[in-house]
Write a protein that binds this ligand. Structure first.
Ligand code: SF4
Ligand code: SF4
Length: 176
């Protein structure tokens, strides 16, 4: 019985080898030949802009909080019109594991992953990207989304006065 099992295993292995002899090879001669990754492939990160050209990033730090390897850092600032932005924004790609959690966490769709995976460098310091290396002149995967059209720059009406809003709760009136 054991001999039969051994012969079956050998024949199965040989059949697998023979099947692959006549298949087209899948090897790609990179970098002369390139395979285009799927649009959702997670590689080089960009910072995108609103349809009106404004920077989407509001320097809320959510991406850096979500990053499991702490490779995002920034400094927030506020423009004269009250709009927040990142004074500087840095990603250390030598630590990035391209997990995409930063893009998932971003409320303004500012930070996005792209399929551009060709960012290898010999000098590890060249993998530290500053804001000018990250900020692009388009909206990336969702070009029509404009965070400020939904959220506004500041609240101009008193809270609770909008059509679908309840008045705020007076927490001091909530007696135990
Ligand atoms: S892809 Fe992951 S590891 Fe890279 S910056 Fe975003 S959260 Fe951090
Ligand atoms: S990229 Fe997005 S999550 Fe990160 S600070 Fe800017 S707005 Fe916040």
């Amino acid at each position: 019985m054991r001999v039969i099992n051994d012969i079956t295993a050998i024949l199965t292995g040989m059949w697998t080898t023979w099947k692959h002899i006549f298949r087209r090879p899948v090897t790609i001669q990179y970098p002369e030949e390139k395979r285009i990754p799927a649009p959702r492939f997670r590689a080089r990160i960009i910072l995108t802009r609103d349809p009106d050209g404004g920077e989407r990033c509001v320097a809320c730090y959510l991406c850096s909080a979500a990053c499991p390897v702490d490779c995002i850092s920034m400094q927030s600032a506020e423009a004269d019109d009250g709009r927040r932005y990142a004074e500087w924004f840095r990603i250390n790609f030598s630590r990035c594991i391209f997990c995409g959690l930063c893009a998932e966490a971003c409320p303004t769709m500012a930070i996005q992953m792209t399929p551009d995976f060709e960012i290898c460098k010999r000098d590890i310091m060249d993998l530290v990207y500053e804001k000018e290396d990250l900020l692009v002149n388009h909206g990336g995967k969702d070009p029509d989304y404009n965070f400020y059209r939904h959220a506004g720059i500041g609240v101009t009406q008193p809270r609770g006065s909008a059509a679908t809003e309840d008045p705020p709760v007076d927490v001091r009136g909530l007696m135990p």
